[in-house]
Design a protein. Sequence first.
Length: 153
Amino acid sequence: MTREDVRKMLRRWGRITEEIEAVEDQIKAICDEIDTVDNLHAQGLDGMPHGSDVGRPTERTAVAKITLAERYQDRLAELNRKLEDLDRFRERIEDALLFTVPDDEYVIRLKYIDGLTFEQIADKMEVTAERVKQRERRGVEIIKEHMEEAWKF
């Protein structure tokens, strides 16, 4: 694993909240659609003439609900697995950050979560941009070593 590999992972980690929210939105949309079918009611008898296929409205409604649930069952399982993977990925990065010194962690969070440039971080921390770059490199190296060690098992 190279430092650039770690930086790619950190960039993804910086966007992970948006990824998780997108997956959660997909899950909610599927659940809402299934709930919509729950609200389907068999056609009531109102004395009006109906087509010939209206003989069993309750049965058709139940079949529609079961069909929809089966159709979405695999997709919901897949989305839930993706959520678990994203959470595990985030936890692995957070665990690796525990091994960095606080200033290095702060630089990494500002760089990869907040999306600040080295110059913006330097202004915020009242240090030089070169010092910020050194802290980022040191933090990335520590994370790299931790990830390599953790993945040996």
